[in-house]
Design a protein around this ligand. Structure first.
Ligand code: C5P
Length: 219
């Protein structure tokens, strides 16, 4: 493929979202937030009263997903059937349900082409769990970004605190580990580094340091 694809995979809270945005901005590339798609499926299923245990029904929701990513400058607004759900899809309940629906092979299959379509000139930064292994196996640059569960929970804690959301640190660590387990242990496209991915541990690095490491690797 002539379009350059950079994949950034890793567990929740490792900083993929922030880093992917920064890399995309720096290079003038498009951005795929694949986690948002799974979150949208979870939210949509909830709104449509679809039973989350019913794989086929959830996959139907995924294939019919009416979503629009509205990019202006640094901000992306996400619309589900015309409704702005940018904040709604970040709620903890949606995070949990996203990792439940993401374990269904039929849901992943339903979202595959939609994700591939994001690869447009001049390039794409794809953020997720299986970008380098499944969705863009031919990507020129693959990064696997990790950090300890505690460091990831702490970052999330600070984010939520800033938003004025009351949270319990132990609960956060527990939630993060539960999501990690579901993501790494599922049969279809489990979270794992591609064989040709460079592994970056951000536990004791600043965003700036990680950004520079990724950009150096791209060059
Ligand atoms: O990255 P984010 O936390 O927004 O993703 C939400 C959930 O979607 C993850 O916990 C994971 O279960 C799922 N996901 C996935 N594959 C991706 C991106 C996200 O299974 N490529």
């Amino acid at each position: 493929e002539s379009v350059v694809v950079i994949t950034i995979d890793g567990p929740s809270g490792a900083g993929k979202g922030t880093l992917s945005q920064l890399v995309a901005k720096r290079l003038g590339y498009h951005l795929l937030d694949s986690g948002a798609l799974y979150r949208l499926v979870a939210l949509s299923a909830y709104k449509l009263n679809v039973n989350l245990q019913d794989e086929q029904a959830v996959a139907d929701v995924a294939s019919k997903l009416d979503v629009k990513f509205d990019v202006t400058g640094d901000t992306t607004k996400i619309f589900l059937a015309g409704e702005n759900v940018t904040d709604a899809i970040r709620q903890e309940a949606v995070s949990m349900n996203a990792s439940v629906v993401a374990a269904y092979p039929k849901v992943r299959a339903a979202l595959l082409q939609r994700q591939k379509d994001f690869a447009q000139a001049p390039g794409l930064v794809a953020d997720g769990r299986d970008m380098g292994t499944t969705v863009f196996p031919q990507a020129q640059v693959k990064v696997f970004l990790t950090a300890s569960a505690e460091a990831r929970a702490e970052r999330r804690f600070k984010q939520l605190q800033q938003k004025g959301v009351a949270v319990n640190m132990e609960e956060l660590v527990k939630d993060i580990k539960a999501r990690d387990d579901r993501d790494t242990q599922r049969a279809t496209s489990p979270l794992k580094p591609a064989d040709d991915a460079v592994i970056l541990d951000s536990t004791s690095l600043t965003i700036e340091q990680v950004l520079n490491a990724i950009l150096a690797y791209v060059r």
